[in-house]
Each structure stands twice: as structure tokens, then as C-alpha cells.
Design a protein around this ligand. Structure first.
Ligand code: AMP
Ligand code: GLY
Length: 421
């Protein structure tokens, strides 16, 4: 098979790493890829959102399967454009990608499918939103409806904070058009988990559970990031919680999407709060998580490629994936300053030695190659993963690999997985 992966982060390096192991693979391309993916296939200089460019490339190179990593090309309709050209794509149509593109849409799907989730209301007028906050009080969660680079959610502890969020999103338009509508939600209390499934429009196959670490600082302080690290499995993701997630959240959502005539295919990411009476849906994303993908794929014992193909042609019901009886931890190494301004161009040493340590795999994210060396070229630069017999071993192995790296301008959180232990 000839496969094209779309994206350039640690998630796409992990997808390339898993797909490259498949005996069915003949040729792997990654657009645009990074120096990590270049070791597994051929990088193609096309932007992830250059849909016409990607479709022409796929036709010209007789691609059998396209695997988009990030949400932007999916929301922009890459799966539709590929379908029109007769090329299978392991990702949702633009209509189905609204599960990530619009919070209100997700809430409506959840309501129609009786999925447990926080009580909510939506507003297009700031005045009515302010009045609602006065009526219901705090804590309360304010969300810009559209995509806001992961910064569109404010968990307000007080009514004042909630009013400020409404002013910023609806009146000052800090997220532009994404904030023309806001969803206001009841604040859920519990432990967060992310559950992943591969979907073919009707059926879903479980891909694992992880806990992300979103804040930049230790003990969950400081601004939000794309994710500073992840562990799997978090101890609070018990079997009843996972069963309830598949049976009461993921499968009902697939049925409702199919009923609407917009079946969901591809990776479905359910962000959940585990409350005392079970998991509640916080959000769906229509893609694998990053760094969750780098955390879960090293645990997979099966060839992923036939499962990705099955997701595109409606045959997932016959697919069984085998998983290692192990735990996994990923520590993200970032450029100093991230998620604010940071410098690029500093050299990273020791990548090969670190990647050879027991259980360790180093995934590239924001790196670039320069005269045989690897330089930092982004905010999140490396995802350092390790698997082990339990979480304690996985975490200590991941930090052993981090400590083997020599990169003056980098930093990471030192407490990934600490709460789980
Ligand atoms: P999102 O961008 O939807 O992932 O939201 C960002 C974060 O806000 C989530 O990971 C949660 O920590 C938090 N959050 C979102 N909705 C709620 C809610 N209803 N109750 C409590 N926390 C929430
Ligand atoms: N790590 C969270 C995400 O990929 O959205």
C-alpha cells in the first residue's frame, strides 16, 4: 500500500512510526512531515491545509490511503475532496468534523443521543449571556463555539471571571468569528481522561485511554498548552468507566451522526470528566491527540494499517486490535518561553542515545535538520515516550531518556504522571 500522512507534529511521527512497521506498506509519504518522519518515509513539501495540492499529489502518486493528523484540514474538507477524487481517507467529512469545529453542534448531538454531558445553554448576544451568568452563578464554564487553538475555554470560578470571559469573547472578539456564539456549561468535577476510538461510520474500535497534562507548569499551573505530557492508562480510567464511554458516549454519537446523514469516520477523541456516577462528555475532537497518540501507539501490538483501511470502507466490525500489557508515559520537551514567545535554532544532542534506552522512543515535533544535526524549530519540540511494565517504570524510563538529551534551550515538566502514582 501507498500511504500519505498529513501533518508535521509528534502525533504524525508516531503515526508514521506505527504505519512503517506494517508488512503491507510499500511506500510512505508525509506532508509536510519533520526530521523524525523523514527517517521512516519521504517528506513532501506541502502544507497540511493545501487541500488541492494534497489531492493532486495523491492522484499523481497513486496513494491508497490518506491519514490526516490535525483537525484543520479535516474541518476544511480534506476527506470530501479526497473522496471526490476516489482516494480513501481515514478522517471525517467536513460535516462530521463539526464535532470538533462547533461546541454547540457537539452539544446538540449529545442531547439527541442521550449522551451524559454538562447542562448547557448557548448565546449569540452578550447581554443575554451576562444575564444567564447572573441567574446561574459560578463556577461555570464559558466556551467560544468555534476553533480557537485550544484557548477558547474559560473555567470561571466566580461570576466576575465569567462576565470577563463573555466580554473578551463576544464583545472584544479575541477569538474572532469563533466567538460569535458562546456555549455556557455547568462545571463538571472529577478526573479528566481522553478516550480514543477508530470509527468507520457505524462501528468503533477502542484505541486506548490517556491523561494529558495541559498546563505548562508543574502541579498544573500556568497557561494552557497543546499538551506537556501524557500517561496511559490513568488509574482512574477503570474498566466500567471505559465500557460506559464506549457504550453510552462513543457508539451513541456514531449512531446519531449516521442518522443525520453525516457518518463519522476516522479517529474520535472523547475528552471526559469521570464523575462519581460515571464519565461525562466534555468535548469531542475528530483526530488523535498529541501527545496522546505518541503515548498510545507504542502500546499497540497489532498492525495498525488494516484497521485504518477498515475505518475507510466500513469493515471495522471484523477488526480486533491487540495491546501490550504495559503502561506508557510521554514527556514533551519544549523551547524555553513556550507557550509564549520562544527562540528557534538551538541544537539538540543525544537523540540517538536517548532513543536506545530501555522502552524509549523519541518522536520529533518542532524540529528541523541542519547539516546532520537536529535543531529546535517550534514550541513543542520532542515527545519523549517510554513504555514499561507499569506506570512507575514507564515514567522513570521517559525521564531517563529526557535526562540523556542535551538541549540547553529546552524544558519539560518534571511531574508528568505524578498524580497517577
Ligand atoms: P476544551 O478546549 O473543550 O478541551 O476545554 C479545555 C479544558 O477546560 C478541558 O480540558 C477541561 O479541563 C475544562 N473544561 C471544559 N469544559 C468543562 C466543564 N463543563 N467542566 C469542567 N471543566 C471543563
Ligand atoms: N493533547 C490534547 C489535544 O491533542 O488536543
Amino acid at each position: 500500500m501507498r500511504v500519505l500522512i498529513i501533518g508535521s507534529g509528534g502525533r504524525e511521527h508516531a503515526l508514521a512510526w506505527a504505519i512503517a512497521k506494517s508488512p503491507r506498506l510499500n511506500k510512505l509519504y508525509i506532508a509536510p512531515g519533520n526530521p523524525g518522519t523523514a527517517q521512516l518515509g519521504e517528506n513532501v513539501p506541502l502544507r497540511a491545509t493545501d487541500i488541492p495540492g494534497i489531492v493532486s499529489f495523491a492522484l499523481e502518486h497513486k496513494i491508497d490511503l490518506v491519514v490526516p493528523g490535525p483537525e484543520a484540514p479535516l474541518v476544511a474538507g480534506i476527506a470530501d475532496a479526497l473522496a471526490a477524487a476516489g482516494i480513501p481517507c481515514c478522517g471525517p467529512s467536513a460535516a462530521a468534523a463539526q464535532l470538533e469545529g462547533s461546541k454547540k453542534f457537539t452539544k446538540e448531538v449529545a442531547e439527541a443521543a442521550h449522551i451524559p454531558t454538562a447542562a448547557w445553554a448557548s448565546f449569540t448576544h452578550a447581554l443575554e449571556a451576562h444575564e444567564y451568568i447572573e441567574a446561574v452563578g459560578a463556577p461555570i464554564v464559558i466556551k467560544a463555539d468555534g476553533l480557537a487553538a485550544g484557548k477558547g475555554v474559560v473555567v470561571a470560578e466566580t461570576p466576575e471571571e465569567a462576565h470577563e470571559a463573555i466580554t473578551a469573547i463576544m464583545e472584544d472578539k479575541v477569538h474572532g468569528a469563533a466567538g460569535a456564539l458562546v456555549v455556557i456549561e455547568q462545571c463538571l468535577v472529577g478526573e479528566e481522561i481522553s478516550v480514543f476510538a477508530l470509527c468507520d461510520g457505524e462501528d468503533a474500535v477502542y484505541l486506548g485511554v490517556a491523561a494529558d497534562h495541559k498546563r505548562v507548569g508543574e502541579n498544573d499551573t500556568g497557561p494552557n498548552t497543546g499538551g506537556m505530557g501524557a500517561i496511559s492508562p490513568p488509574p482512574w480510567a477503570t474498566q466500567p468507566v471505559l465500557d460506559a464511554t464506549m457504550d453510552k458516549i462513543i457508539r451513541p454519537a456514531l449512531r446519531e451522526m449516521a442518522r443525520r446523514g453525516t457518518p463519522f469516520r476516522g479517529f474520535l477523541f472523547a475528552g471526559l470528566m469521570v464523575e462519581h456516577d460515571g464519565p461525562k462528555l466534555i468535548e469531542f475532537n475528530v483526530r488523535f491527540g498529541d501527545p496522546e497518540c505518541e503515548t498510545l501507539l507504542p502500546l499497540l501490538d497489532s498492525d495498525i494499517l488494516p484497521a485504518l483501511v477498515a475505518a475507510t470502507n466500513g469493515t471495522l466490525a471484523g477488526v480486533k486490535l491487540a495491546w501490550r500489557n504495559a503502561a506508557s508515559a510521554t514527556v514533551v520537551m519544549c523551547a524555553k518561553g513556550y507557550p509564549g514567545a520562544y527562540a528557534t535554532g538551538s541544537e539538540i544532542y543525544g537523540l540517538e542515545e536517548a532513543g536506545e534506552l530501555p522502552g524509549a522512543t523519541i518522536f520529533h515535533a518542532g524540529t528541523m535538520a541542519d547539516q546532520g544535526g537536529i535543531l529546535a524549530n517550534g514550541g513543542r519540540v520532542l515527545a519523549v515516550n517510554a513504555i514499561g511494565k507499569d506506570l512507575k517504570e514507564a515514567i522513570s524510563r521517559a525521564y531517563a531518556a529526557v535526562d540523556r538529551l542535551d538541549w540547553e534551550d529546552g524544558f519539560c515538566r518534571r511531574d508528568i504522571g505524578k498524580r497517577a502514582l
